[in-house]
Design a protein around this ligand. Sequence first.
Ligand SMILES: Nc1ncnc2c1ncn2[C@@H]1O[C@H](COP(=O)(O)OP(=O)(O)OP(=O)(O)O)[C@@H](O)[C@H]1O
Length: 233
Amino acid sequence: MTDTLIRAEGLGLRAGGRTVYSDVDLDVPAGGTLVVRGRAGSGKTSLLLTLAGRMRPSAGTLTVLGQTLPQRAAAVRRRVALAEVRGVNELDDALTVEQHVAERLVLHQPWHRPWAGGRQVAEQLERVEQFLALTAEAGADVPALRPKEFVSDVDPLERMVLGVVLALIGKPDVLVVDDVDSLRRSEDRRRAWESLAALQETTPLTVVASCSDASDVRWHPGDHRILLDLPEL
Ligand SMILES: Nc1ncnc2c1ncn2[C@@H]1O[C@H](COP(=O)(O)OP(=O)(O)OP(=O)(O)O)[C@@H](O)[C@H]1O
C-alpha cells in the first residue's frame, strides 16, 4: 500500500481571469482515500476533474497512475472513473436504473458490439446487489436500487450509489466522487462514506472524494486517508 498513485506539486488552475485553486501538493498512496474539503466555489470539482485527467492544470506537476498529466490524459481517463458530477456527466432523469446500466456496459464494449443483452444487464445488477450487501454488512446499509425505477424517482443516496456503481463498471483504479455532502440527511452522508470505505475493503480502489464538511467521514486509524483543505481564494 505504499505506492504513490497520485502525486502533485504546486498544482494550480487559473481560468476566466481568476485563480480556481493553487499550490496543491499531494501524495496519495494506492488504495488510499483523498478527501478534498472546501466551501462552495473553492475549486473542489475543478481539482477532482484535474486529477481525473479531464481538466488541464495551469501550474505545477501532476502524475496519476504513473502517467504525467496533461500529456497522458487519455490514459488516465481510461483508469479514473467519475461517479455523477453535476454539470459534467449527469444521469438522465428519463432513463431507468437498468437503462443506465445497459448504456454504460455498451460504452465499455468494443465498437462492433454496440448493445447489451438482458442477461448482461441482469448480471451487472446482481453484482450491484452483492456490493450493496457488503456495504450493509459494514454498517452502511444503502437501500437497494430498483432496476425499473426512473432516475427522477430515486432518492439522493440511491442516485449517488447509482453513479458509483456505473463508474465501477469499467473496473477503474481510481473512483472520483464529488460533493458527498450534497446529501441532505446526515444519516445518508454517513452511509455514503461508509459504503465507499466498504468498497475499498473488497476492491483495490483509490477514492478521491470532495465535501464541504468532513465531519461525517469516519477516520479509521491506518487506513490511508488524506484530508486536503482548499481555501477560498
Ligand atoms: N474553466 C473555467 N473557467 C472559468 N471559471 C471556472 C472554470 N472552472 C472553474 N471555474 C470557476 O471556479 C470556481 C470553482 O469552481 P468549482 O466548481 O471547482 O468549485 P467547487 O468547490 O466544486 O464548488 P461547488 O461546491 O459549488 O460545486 C467557480 O466559481 C467556477 O465558476
